[in-house]
Design a protein around this ligand. Structure first.
Ligand SMILES: Nc1ncnc2c1ncn2[C@@H]1O[C@H](COP(=O)(O)OP(=O)(O)OP(=O)(O)O)[C@@H](O)[C@H]1O
Length: 623
């Protein structure tokens, strides 16, 4: 089974001029996230419409007040109508409160659900996806974009509905009160809608560009926070700030463009109702003076029309919010639509007995999705259960890449990797990752307690197992930390040295005794004294486990039963140059001696004459 690698999406995709955009396709696709809250949304829309109805009733009551008790000087009739106006005011305020409180709860729920789905999906996406995306672009999506969507659902959507309903309702009432003036109001809205749609598209492009730029700015902040030591050590604060300033200014320019468009929208949407209002006042005043209209009717008409001013003016802002949320949703879907290339197979197989741990590379080739040439090709290797094999080779030849194929951080582009006779692509990922544990050269610890970091792969590990793993990795120092195993490490926690982190990461890998242990130069940051002790303990762990160890130094090579020497990467990538025990290769393989010679006197101690004599006996594979 060959899985397709995740399609690399450029960190700043070109904004397509999609004619369907006006239909808010990306936002509409979020409907499944709204479904659990639809009851609340409907109730809140009803509350909002109720408040609007009450708002419409007040001017009509005013009309009755003016044309009735006021015109006829009937003080007694004034009180019940005045009381009714007050009651309607209280009902309107209560409905406002209900709408705001429950709607925001629903919007926050939708926001949390989208954010969780986004993060869950990010965890499923393979390393190749993360290689091709700037982390700031992901951070800006999970924070800024999802918040834009929440603002839309918690505010803009309901007002779009309420404003449209208000417009139809009040407009209808106005037509009934005075058909000519009412129809003028409707007719005048047509050019406004056409204009709004044209400007809306422009605003969509602008808000998408600004969102992408915000992602770039976030990437720079993250990069400089991670690389702060190097920046300071090389005194490059000025340079880094220059780059940041440049991007931040570009963001400012893009935001200013949006503001210009929004200001234009506001101005037009504010001018139109005022113009219509003055027209209505003129026509109405003429009608009252000629006796065709009562003063109360004109006051009611104008009062009602005044209730439309804000809904019409705010449409400009609501349309902009909707476009912003739509382009934010577009950015969310770009991630959610990426199919995880490395996932559980449909038909899973069982790798059998837990403790066997046979690892086979069968004619494996690999090329990174974004590179033209393969890193390795034709790699054949069988690591027997309990055996440890070291990968040695020139820097950049693909040792780390090969180890990454075992836990399926990447899938081979040719051939297959088998564990206990089963292609690992046919194993459930949880089973594979229970069988295979890794410790990388650059150990990552999470901002959590030492215990949480250690038990990531084995959450139910006992205290005894933890102590055993700590002993193997010579990481007992964690007991001396201020709160022992409960001390927070990693970001915002206690800072550990490189060697200490490496030992905790090693303890994490050996905890739970995996059947296959993949170690990528796990001792590189240790002092000679600690390295010796860790090696001793690792020897005993590796005796009961299958091991694949990337080794740069002879001391690490000595952990292995056999050594695989990789050739320097050629046009077809690296291949196996030689396989043998450390001693055999030392004696017979000059390339192997060359690679190790700079770091050890073990090599100098080897007898060159003996090496030449034994040369023919070595299993040597050259492609
Ligand atoms: N994510 C990636 N995308 C594209 N190319 C990559 C990626 N990671 C590594 N490479 C390239 O693959 C090649 C092999 O890298 P790899 O880290 O496997 O080498 P290595 O033998 O472990 O090196 P070293 O001994 O220096 O640790 C290098 O040329 C590297 O530039």
């Amino acid at each position: 089974m060959e899985s397709t690698p995740a399609v690399p999406v450029p960190s700043k995709p070109k904004i397509p001029d999609d004619p369907g955009r006006g239909a808010f396709i990306s936002l509409r696709r979020l409907t499944p996230f709204i479904r659990p809250y639809r009851g609340q949304m409907v109730l809140m829309t009803l509350a909002a419409l109720g408040a609007t109805l009450v708002g419409v009733a007040v001017p009509l009551l005013t009309k009755n007040l003016i044309d009735g008790p006021i015109a006829h000087h009937d003080k007694a009739a004034l009180w019940p109508l005045g009381g009714l106006v007050l009651l309607f005011g209280i009902v309107e305020a209560t409905l406002f409160w209900l709408r705001r409180w429950f709607l925001q709860r629903a919007a926050l729920g939708i926001e949390t659900d989208i954010r969780n789905a986004f993060y869950r999906h990010l965890q499923k996406l393979p390393v190749a996806f993360h290689d091709s995306w700037q982390s700031g672009q992901l951070v800006s999506r999970v924070s800024g974009d999802i918040s834009s969507i929440r603002r839309f659902f918690g505010f803009a959507l309901i007002f779009l509905v309420v404003n449209s309903a208000t417009f139809l309702l009040v407009g209808g009432a106005l037509v009934v009160i005075h058909p000519v003036m009412g129809l003028i109001i409707y007719a005048a809205s047509v050019p406004l809608i056409v204009y709004g749609r044209v400007v809306d598209r422009r605003y969509h492009r602008q808000s998408r560009a600004a969102q992408d730029q915000a992602g770039d700015v976030a990437t720079l902040v993250e990069e400089s926070a991670l690389g702060i030591r190097a920046i300071k050590a090389f005194g490059r604060q000025g340079l880094v700030f220059g780059r940041f300033d440049d991007r931040a200014r570009q963001l400012r320019t893009l935001e200013l463009r949006k503001i210009r468009t929004l200001s234009e929208l506001w101005a037009v949407f504010a001018l139109q109702p005022q113009t219509v209002l003055s027209l209505c006042v003129l026509i109405g005043a003429y009608a009252v003076s000629s006796g065709a209209l009562s003063l109360g009717t004109l006051v009611a008409f104008i009062s009602l029309y005044l209730t439309l001013l804000w809904p019409i003016e705010s449409m400009a802002w609501l349309m902009a919010q909707s476009q912003e949320a739509n382009s934010a949703a577009e950015r969310i879907w770009e991630v959610l639509d990426t199919v995880p290339a490395i996932a559980d197979p449909e038909d899973t197989r069982n790798a059998g007995d837990d403790r066997r741990g046979e690892l086979v590379f069968e004619n494996v080739g690999f090329r990174y999705p974004n590179s033209a040439k393969p890193i390795v090709s034709g790699f054949d290797l069988r690591v027997a259960p309990g055996e440890t094999v070291a990968l040695v080779g020139p820097t950049g030849c693909g040792k780390t890449t090969l180890t990454a194929l075992v836990p399926r951080l990447y899938d081979p582009t040719e051939g297959r990797v088998l564990v206990d006779g089963v292609d690992i692509r046919e194993l459930p990922l949880t089973e594979l990752r229970r069988k295979v544990a890794c410790a990388f050269e650059d150990p990552t610890l999470f901002s959590a307690s030492v215990r949480e970091n250690l038990t990531m792969g084995v959450p139910d590990a006992t205290g005894e197992q933890i102590d055993e793993a700590l002993a193997v990795a010579q990481a007992e120092f964690v007991h001396d930390l201020p709160w022992g195993l409960d001390t927070r490490v990693g970001e915002q926690g206690l800072t550990l040295s490189g060697g200490q982190r490496q030992r905790v990461a090693l303890a994490r890998a050996v905890l739970g005794r995996p059947s296959i242990l993949v170690l990528d130069d796990p001792l590189s940051a240790l002092d000679i004294h600690t390295e010796g002790k860790v090696e001793q303990a690792l020897h005993s762990v590796l005796r009961g486990t299958t091991g694949l160890v990337v080794a740069h130094r002879p001391s690490t090579v000595l952990l292995a039963d056999r050594v695989v020497l990789l050739s320097p990467a050629g046009p077809d990538g690296a291949t196996i140059a030689a396989v043998g025990t450390h001693q055999e290769l030392l004696r017979t393989c000059p390339a192997y001696r060359d690679i190790l010679s700079q770091t050890s006197d073990l090599v100098d101690a080897a007898d060159e004459a003996e090496a030449e004599a034994a040369e023919g006996e070595l299993v040597e594979v050259t492609r």
